[in-house]
Design a protein around this ligand. Structure first.
Ligand SMILES: Nc1ncnc2c1ncn2[C@@H]1O[C@H](COP(=O)(O)OP(=O)(O)OP(=O)(O)O)[C@@H](O)[C@H]1O
Ligand SMILES: [Mg+2]
Length: 250
């Protein structure tokens, strides 16, 4: 099956000599197209560092990351930035929405920043899937608890190769967390979206296809949740029906 993401002996060290921190210390793993992977581990184990490397937000000390068969750290900074905008959807704990833009404007902002026209049909489908139809004209601050739905819609809107989420439910109560996770899983399946999500919450991690445990910057265990991937999801993946065709690489 197609590997959408792959790392090879990925290392990230901060500082020098005695004060050196090995935030990532030789990580090898890969993610298949359409898979939903949860990354768990104690605080300081290297989860966010890993996510930053996977999304090209920061460069590793050594090692490689391939996204869609592209060696992303082989790109110069400008090209890496464009690559990130086109291929990676980020969802962070604190939403990072633009407060003066309404919900719809927030969702399509990354598409417009990239100078692309909005695929209205697809974006409306995402908005509906996340239950945001009646909220499009509201400001983010007017949504009680629904801001992470907007952040997820924004991340999906560009049809990224991978959606990376760092503690997306970290600021939410447990009922809303379940709700947001359920929506992420549902949209992941519906749009054949590959998702890598960090969580502290072991219960939420159980909703994923595979759980990766990281300790002291190393992968210490992997647990498969679903061995059987429904046939229709497989077909979707093969045809890549929801993806933009002929997208220019940076
Ligand atoms: N910019 C930095 N400079 C120096 N050390 C850093 C930096 N970023 C992270 N670290 C260190 O690297 C290690 C891994 O940090 P990271 O943020 O990846 O952990 P985490 O698993 O995401 O933790 P948490 O669950 O608390 O978010 C920690 O020891 C942290 O202090
Ligand atoms: Mg973290």
């Amino acid at each position: 099956m197609a590997k959408v993401l792959r790392t090879e002996n990925l290392k990230k060290y901060y500082g020098e000599a005695e004060s050196q921190v090995r935030a990532l210390d030789g990580v090898d793993f890969s993610v298949e197209q359409g898979e939903f992977v949860a990354v768990v581990g104690t605080s300081g184990s290297g989860k966010s560092t890993l996510l930053h490397m996977l999304g090209g937000l920061d460069r590793p000390t050594s090692g490689k990351v391939w996204v869609d068969d592209k060696d992303i750290f082989g790109l110069k900074d400008d090209a890496l930035c464009i690559f990130r905008r086109r291929k990676i959807g980020f969802v962070f704990q604190n939403y990072n929405l633009v407060p003066v833009l309404n919900v719809y404007e927030n969702i399509v902002l990354p598409i417009e920043l990239d100078g692309n026209t909005v695929d209205q049909f697809y974006v409306q489908e995402v908005i509906q899937a996340l239950g945001l139809e009646s909220k499009c004209d509201s400001l983010p601050s007017q949504l009680s608890g629904g801001q992470q739905r907007v952040a997820i819609a924004r991340a999906l809107a560009t049809k990224p190769a991978i959606l990376l989420a760092d503690e997306p439910t970290g600021n939410l109560d447990s009922a809303t967390s379940q709700d947001v996770l359920g929506l992420m899983k549902m949209t992941g399946e519906r749009f054949s979206q590959t998702i890598v999500m960090i969580t502290h919450d072991e219960e939420l991690a159980q909703l994923s296809d595979r759980i990766i445990r990281i300790e002291d910057g190393k992968i210490k265990g992997t647990k498969n949740r679903n061995h059987d991937i429904p046939e229709e999801r497989m077909k979707d993946r093969k045809t890549g029906s929801r993806r933009k065709g002929g997208e220019a690489d940076a």
